[in-house]
Design a protein around this ligand. Structure first.
Ligand code: SF4
Length: 347
């Protein structure tokens, strides 16, 4: 099974899956969406992607890169300075070709201007720095930024007579909170503004449960049942951190009279039973996924068509009769490499 494959058929007829949060979430969202994004064309090994630049996704990727550099600096025992911040922001801005969005369509340009371009990026990073740098430097040990797990199938999720499932992923950060002696995964989420229901949005949530499952398993692998190490073993995580980051500066004069924060950490917490329930639900989804692949049936889920910022990217395909959908895909979309969390180059 190469890095681009997410499944193979074993000699005993079972399906061996490698899944991560994105794979499972896309299948959860809509079977047809999953087939367009993950089932490769046998002719070229590619899947369908959008031609349109998505500035909101790009800003999220840019911010993840800035944060990776920021916390990487701390792994070397250094508290980053303003000078570092400017460099991290500027380097990531070039890496993600953010200036391209300044000359895109009107809607994209509007978001670019509202964000404030590179200067807006610097301001966002400096505000984050003011809010958290010293606190995190003194209370956290950074275990790793963009630390991939499961790359070598070291995280078996389970198996039965239908499927053998391995899990993988890449949290933005894994930290040791010194006061709690607990290792926790952390993920950054960029939103236009911090939502009022932010504390409720990440549980239930497939990504948070999956990260907690994975970090627990990694701790077991590191410490096993060695009683000598047991005394120093950090506590198994029961929660993770979702750091919500607003793209746009909160207004100084909100109608409610309460200025919302630009950044808000939330801490979804799971019991061992809840994590086990999550594990079983992923197994069940993989059994259903096997069924979809075997029968080649990818049912549209209309309830998902209008989700997200602008609705599903494939709406104009699915809103047309079946006989012209292929032609529409070829004219309005591009072939892209399939998503893979299993990039062995990142060992
Ligand atoms: S438009 Fe709707 S049915 Fe079509 S792929 Fe998207 S979510 Fe699925």
């Amino acid at each position: 099974m190469n890095d681009k494959q997410f499944y193979e058929i074993l000699p005993d007829g079972r399906y061996r899956f490698r899944v991560d949060h994105h794979t499972i979430n896309d299948y959860n969202t809509c079977d047809r969406y999953f087939s367009l994004r993950h089932i490769t064309d046998p002719a070229d090994g590619m899947v369908w992607g959008s031609k349109t630049l998505n500035i909101k996704i790009a800003l999220g990727s840019w911010w993840s890169s800035v944060m990776e550099s920021f916390y990487n600096e701390m792994t070397f025992g250094t508290l980053p300075t303003d000078h570092h911040i400017y460099k991290f922001v500027t380097d990531a801005w070039s890496e993600h070709k953010m200036e391209d969005y300044a000359s895109a369509d009107d809607k994209t340009r509007e978001v670019f201007d509202k964000f404030g371009g590179l200067d807006g990026g610097r301001l966002m990073a400096l505000e984050y720095y003011e809010a958290f740098a010293k606190q995190h430097y003194s209370s956290w040990q950074i275990i790793g930024a963009e630390l991939g797990f499961g790359w070598k199938d070291e995280l078996p999720l389970g198996e039965d007579d239908k499927v053998v499932v391995y899990y993988g992923g890449k949290p933005d950060l894994v930290i040791l909170d010194r006061a709690q002696n607990m290792i926790m995964p952390l993920d950054f989420k960029t939103k236009d503004s911090v939502p009022g229901n932010a504390t409720l949005m990440y549980k239930p949530h497939p990504q948070t449960a999956g990260y907690i499952y994975a970090v627990n398993k990694m701790l077991d692998m590191m410490y096993g049942h060695n009683l000598t190490d047991a005394a120093t073993r950090p506590l198994s995580p029961t929660k993770c951190i979702i750091m919500i980051c607003a793209r746009f500066r909160p207004t100084d004069k909100p109608r409610s009279g309460v200025r919302s924060p630009r950044f808000l950490p939330v801490y979804p917490q799971y019991s061992a039973d809840e994590i086990e329930e999550w594990r079983q639900s992923v197994m069940e989804k993989c059994r259903r996924l096997r069924d979809s692949i075997e029968r080649g049936v990818w049912t549209p889920r209309e309830s998902a068509c209008h989700l997200y910022y602008n609705g599903c990217v494939f709406r104009r395909v699915c809103s047309q009769p079946a006989n012209i959908r292929q032609a529409l895909l070829k004219s309005d979309f591009v072939k892209v490499e399939p998503w893979s969390p299993y990039n062995t180059e990142e060992d």
